[in-house]
Design a protein around this ligand. Sequence first.
Ligand code: SF4
Ligand code: SF4
Length: 232
Amino acid sequence: MRREAQGTGARSGEQGAEGKAGGKKLKRQSLKSYKPVNPTNPMNSTNPRNQYPLTSIQYPPNVECPISLSSPIQKKIAWARSHCESFGKALLGDQEIAGLLDNLKEAVAASRREMAQTGIVEICRRCDREEGGSCCGAGIENRYDACLLLINCLLGVHLPEERRQSDSCFFSVENGCLLMARHIICINYLCKNVTDQVDPCRIATVREKEGEEVNALFVLHERIKTVLKQWT
Ligand code: SF4
Ligand code: SF4
């Protein structure tokens, strides 16, 4: 399941949101067709997340791009691992990057804490384990770019060698999502099952925290791209 990393159970499959419970199929909106909403104040036009799609890395023309968003996920993972091996120590030694990684960790923790307190984590756990719902379907991993995977490596996440379940996202493991730095669509998605059960005011608070998480990730992502551009 999507909402919590490592802790409540992997989702049952993409068709997304189309899982099975006791032979009965449940239909949830697929993450694949989901368009993220602005989790922070929509009036805040200075929010860079509003202008920057995390789905693509824009490499400058003078930098050789070894990989693209459309590359197979295994290739992106290999790129992230090799760059972590070659540049990880130096990247972590960059004071700005080290600070931004700390910011991201704090933002992720705060966002997940808020989701747990609102009961979203429990709703998703039940959806995944008891109702056969889940929305972490196969193919969502393709939205991840290599730099986002590199950030996960820098955070100590061990990226998988293979998909655990054919109809599930590549990053879905038994206890949930194994990533710490996640795509905005994974951070942001709340299905109707959740929005019907949780007080809108509580959801607004979750959205605020999600906004902070996405912003922290955006700034870090930009910094790493800039530094790698200088080094490669
Ligand atoms: S409750 Fe909704 S958001 Fe949570 S895992 Fe199920 S389908 Fe996904
Ligand atoms: S990366 Fe995959 S497993 Fe993790 S939240 Fe997104 S869809 Fe779910």
